[in-house]
Design a binder for this molecule. Sequence first.
Ligand code: ATP
Ligand code: MG
Length: 677
Amino acid sequence: MPGPSGPRGLCKGEVQEGVMSGNEAAATEELKDALPTEVRISPGMNRLTELNRRALENPSEFWEPYADELHWEEREGPLFTKTADPPYGSWFKGWKTNLCYNCVDRWMTTERRNKVAFYWEGEPGEKRTISYHDLYREVNLLASAMKELGVREGDRVAIYLPMIPEAIFAMLATVRLGAIHSVVFGGFTAQALADRMNDSKQRLLITADGGFRAGKIVELKKIADQALLQAPTIEKAIVVKRTGQPVEMKPGRDFWYHDLIAKAKPYVAPEWVDGTHPSFILYTSGTTGKPKGAVHSTGGYMLWLYYTMQAVFDVNDQDVYWCTADIGWVTGHSYIVFGPLLRGATTFFYEGAPQIPTWDRWWSLIERYGVSILYTSPTAIRSFIKQGEALLEKHDLTSLRLLGTVGEPINGEAWHWYNKHIGRGRCTIVDTWWQTETGGILITPQPGTVDIPLKPGSATFPVPGVDAAVVNDEGHEVPRGEKGYIVIRNPWPGQFMTLWGDPNRYKSVYFSRFPGFYYPADFCIRDSDGYFWLLGRADEVMKISGHRLATTELENILIMHPAVAESAVIGKKDEVKGEVPIACVILKPGHTPSPELAKELLDHVRNNLGPFGVPAQIYFVEKVPKTRSAKIMRRLIRDVVEERPLGDMTTLEDETSVEEARRAYEEFKKDIARAKG
Ligand code: ATP
Ligand code: MG
């Protein structure tokens, strides 16, 4: 195990303090004054700039040595070609490979054959250890069984499973056959599953009788049965026995996983597919609008993960790496399954919820498995902050050397808490910015490549080959310290190739706002040192008397206040101002709602953001309605606050069923009624 201070760590001593404590400072109009005047250039920054320049100038030349470390069955044509249409480039066209082969077979002739690929623990406590050779066997058996059921190159396969090893076998077996998987998060409802299966006309479903989550059984097969009633393209279903509760098996359609495996052949040759062959479709989490099926490539996607896994997580053979995401999200695809396996890493993963049996389950897992790299989300960190530190301090977390975050901006308080209580002040921290669409991480500290000083709340710099800029409404780069939209001005290997069945939407959503650029729809500021500060979604903006203010900015200001655990802000229609902010606030334990505290919070906003952003109303609530990927459901809050019936939820239904949204709506209504007192 590497020493406690981490190998090439950006340790706490190097954190540049007092610059901005999180995104909060970025939220203010006065930000410019808060930024440091002196530009601090470190050697690491120069090296990154140089790598980026080389990668942009000649992508084929830059990426070739990395591609050489992966297996290609054939190489025909250039690594990269510019194209006239979005995404303006194609990678590895004419090259033949297989993602599963590179993740699994490639290790069979090396000493990693006998290395642990996965440690796994179920919520009730069962343990499994899977070596690379075990993985090879399992994946081949399942792939043969799937082939026997008729799965062929290009077919779409739905995967609706809990966080169990079979979920990973299923993804790998699918790409082994050149088929395309569409993993649907195990928390989604029948409607969401059916919509996805129908959208891309999927043929096979792989599911389980059930899964364990937060002390309960999620009845996956029962939910899938409902979905199958409305999904006529699914011909067969494979069912993993996980919980053992009774389920209905439709003869001729449904097969037990273990029965198929018992009869399956031990080897099936990988299908050599083109570098541009789709490896999977992943529907974006759907905070905004109808689900979009992002289609990812094979060659470019593989290279991007291979590169970033090392540059960002600096993973090596001594590490036990744990990414706490669900495989239903892109983070799980890229950084639980494909990225770590491409590097031959050892990964730990866990089926269940962090509070089972008590809130120290994660810390106990880290201690027992010797986890050295932890990758999680600011939402998770904040939920641990709410629990206090007593349970946490019972555990030995000295195996940790690198901590990562993803999913939303990390506020200063959460960053410092993560650093102090989990990292014990001696871990490298990587705040990684990316999206479902980008395939892998784009802006992040890269301790596997260079050391640079960290600034809590900034994702720092782009990965080489990513030409990121911050622009105004006209697409012109804004001066340092000014807020604008982040854009990526060039194609990069990991980017998604299209939206399934909707190439026009692909162009209009992502490439038409600023022609020639990829538009992620996030706000950003570059400070005077060139660091990127990602500020959250650009599609949730209030217009208050002509001022534009992102809801996340006000939320970040509110959580800076010591009494506030969490907040959700919406813009309410106002005849005079156009919109006024309304804030729902969850207090930390030990604080009670009072008119004095409300006033204090209003003053806090006035002082830290400016008078224009002061909420018209603060509601102290117990929780705020969130999607399953932990993003705030603002439309629902708006309906409650504006005392409207629950509006059209059809665009949310991929995320939570209409019925669930309704329940959340009713609960929230009561909560608000209480708050109004
Ligand atoms: P949809 O696009 O369907 O509305 P979504 O954007 O919530 O869903 P994801 O692709 O999972 O789905 O999330 C990506 C978004 O998460 C980014 O656009 C950004 O707003 C936010 N995000 C991710 N990582 C970071 C980070 N490190 N810092 C700031 N924001 C982040
Ligand atoms: Mg998005």
